[in-house]
Design a protein around this ligand. Structure first.
Ligand SMILES: C[S@@+](CC[C@H](N)C(=O)[O-])C[C@H]1O[C@@H](n2cnc3c(N)ncnc32)[C@H](O)[C@@H]1O
Length: 385
């Protein structure tokens, strides 16, 4: 089983490689979240913009691809190496196998930033990896070649079909690209599509029940509606307020404002029939956005998906009565699993129908090189004038 996603890259500075090794050790040994840790580490360095991009590729890439990389590296090891040596080996192998860095540069520059006592080991193993890479690497299974846990590959193949699943999994091994909206907010294009299906005429009152960091709330407010943006976590709710302030949508009196409320969306503190539209952009496994959170595929477990599906159903059923007759309800998740998408919609069907919601229209966007995977459903509530 061969994987052939290689792209040539410019040389990396020693400081960049050193920072990358330290980050990989902290992600692996301390359980740090890559997308939280790395921006903080980069903010503390004096690296140039180009080197920052390369550190990100080394850390994110070697974290996403660690199962495939370890498969190649482990053939040349007799025992599990200490974390810093493992990190150097992954980063070196990632350059050799995935980034197309010339072997001499990848090996010698990685060895140079490896602690002295592991240099011999890292040098010997990376040389063998370079030879193996130039001969073409065979992987024992699709899950190893694609570098995902077996259960994710098996589940997506079962639910999406082999070709669609493999294309989606491959796309999520690529670096994430986001678009800058007209107002300057950086947001994935699939998220922008979800926000766009929420009606937001001037004078409308819209509920965003799971709103932090406020990407969709601010887009909806930008179209003229007043948005009540709820999030369970006070720290995350603060992000909504700062994004709304920064983007100039914090003025409730003028409309196009975002009012932030810290509350549990399963028990929202609003009367029935308050909102012209409600968005439930629910917490999810993120199986459609794995390129943004490179360590997430190794953390998430099948039981998390069942727990999240129960929460998603509760959130949706809590939001529905808050929508006025004639109003709109939107459910969205950046995941691909049937349990969190079509099964949540199916499970809430009877309750929503009893409230007068017509059958929803649903969309599933699979992840590509340019966008995250996203699922959403839109219901209209009957009885409006
Ligand atoms: C997918 S994110 C929302 C992203 C946001 N809509 C945006 O576009 O920027 C899900 C959010 O739900 C929040 N959350 C989790 N459980 C919640 C609950 N019970 N009630 C309200 N918010 C919750 C999380 O803190 C997280 O910020």
């Amino acid at each position: 089983m061969k994987d052939s996603s290689r792209s040539a890259g410019p040389p990396v500075s020693a400081d960049a490689r050193r920072t990358a090794i330290e980050a990989v050790v902290r992600i692996e040994s301390d359980g740090a979240y890559a997308n939280v840790l790395l921006p903080k580490m980069l903010a503390e360095t004096e690296l140039e913009a180009r080197d920052r991009g390369l550190v990100t590729e080394l850390v994110y890439g070697s974290t996403r691809r660690k199962r495939a990389l370890d498969h190649v590296v482990d053939r040349f090891l007799v025992a599990d190496p200490p974390p810093v040596a493992r990190a150097a080996l992954r980063i070196g192998a990632h350059q050799l196998i995935e980034m197309g860095t010339p072997p001499h540069a990848a090996v010698s520059a990685t060895v140079q930033v490896t602690p002295k006592r592991f240099r011999g080991l890292v040098n010997a193993v990376l040389r063998k990896v370079a030879t193996a890479a130039s001969a073409g690497i065979e992987y024992p299974s699709q899950a190893v070649a694609l570098s995902y846990p077996d259960w994710i590959v098996a589940r997506l193949i079962e639910e999406l079909g082999e070709q669609r699943a493999v294309d989606a999994l491959r796309a999520m091994n690529l670096p994430a690209r986001s678009q800058r909206r007209e107002d300057g907010y950086v947001q994935d294009q699939s998220s922008q599509q979800v926000a766009a299906v929420v009606p937001a005429a001037r004078g409308d009152l819209v509920l965003d029940l799971c709103a932090a960091p406020g990407g969709k709330s601010t887009e909806i407010a930008g179209r003229g509606a007043s948005v009540v943006a709820v999030d369970l976590h006070p720290g995350r709710a603060g992000l909504i307020a700062s994004n709304a302030n920064r983007l100039g949508c914090s003025d409730q009196l003028e409309g196009n404002g975002v009012a932030v409320v810290v509350a549990d969306g399963t028990a929202p503190p609003f009367p029935r029939g308050t909102f012209d539209a409600a968005l439930v952009d629910a917490p999810c496994s993120g199986l459609g956005a794995l390129r943004r959170r490179p360590d997430a595929r190794w953390r998430i477990k099948p039981t998390n998906i069942s727990d999240l599906a129960a929460l998603q159903r509760q959130l949706l059923e809590s939001a529905a009565p808050l929508v006025v007759p004639g109003g709109t309800l939107v459910y969205s998740v950046c995941t691909l699993s049937a349990k969190e998408t079509t099964e949540v919609i199916g499970a809430t069907g009877a309750e929503l129908a009893a409230l007068g919601f017509a059958a929803p229209s649903s969309s599933l966007l699979l992840p590509t090189a340019d966008r995250d995977g996203m699922f959403w459903s839109v219901w209209n509530r009957g009885g409006g004038s």
